[in-house]
Write a protein that binds this ligand. Sequence first.
Ligand SMILES: C[S@@+](CC[C@H](N)C(=O)[O-])C[C@H]1O[C@@H](n2cnc3c(N)ncnc32)[C@H](O)[C@@H]1O
Length: 225
Amino acid sequence: MPHASFDADLDPEPILDPEFIQYLEDREFDLIFPEDVRKFSVVHWTPISVARQAARFLVATPPTRVLDIGCGPGKFCAIGATTTEGHFTGVEQREIFVRAGLQMIRSYGVPRVNLIHANVTEIPFGDFDAFYFFNPFAENLWHSSRMDLEVKIGPEIYSQYTDHVRRELSKLREGTRVVTYWSDGEEMPDGYELVGSTFCDHLKMWVKRRGGGHMEASDQAVSPR
Ligand SMILES: C[S@@+](CC[C@H](N)C(=O)[O-])C[C@H]1O[C@@H](n2cnc3c(N)ncnc32)[C@H](O)[C@@H]1O
């Protein structure tokens, strides 16, 4: 996948200890980011306590490869990587967040995190064992969630992305784990069992069961939920 590299723009050496990052409060953590990224924290970036719990569930048998679908500046990935032994990849369509995230990861020397500037539709889901999904497509439906004017939004885009995720998840093997946060589960295909929920039911944990919802690569149709 030919994705832009921002490496040359980053500070060259880690200046802080990655162990430290997991002990921060959300407000302290968010101060890592510049104001134009931090201003989205309260609504759009996963709280640390939620990220820790989600990551612990996703990384069941290390080394697990986790994809954060719509990763923002990589807060979930960074907390996941410093509190588990998993490998975390985030995909994010907005360059400003990817740049801020890469700088954060470099500054703290956070291990096992990779942030990709791309649309989720460009990412092969088969490269991953587990997925984190914090309602990334909501701004296509709710104008109050709109982050900026950088990307085109609309209900048809919501359906396109949600259908894509559901179709990709349906192809994955038994045992695949997914955590959804603030989602109604529309992106979850048949065959995934809801095995737990917490944080007032906003954080949901799913596991793909044997044979459930498997579709061939040709994908005829996605069964509606
Ligand atoms: C609610 S935020 C969650 C950020 C991060 N996962 C977290 O939990 O802290 C959703 C993010 O998904 C991104 N996003 C939305 N649609 C996307 C797409 N099709 N491809 C890649 N990123 C997307 C948005 O730009 C936004 O930064």
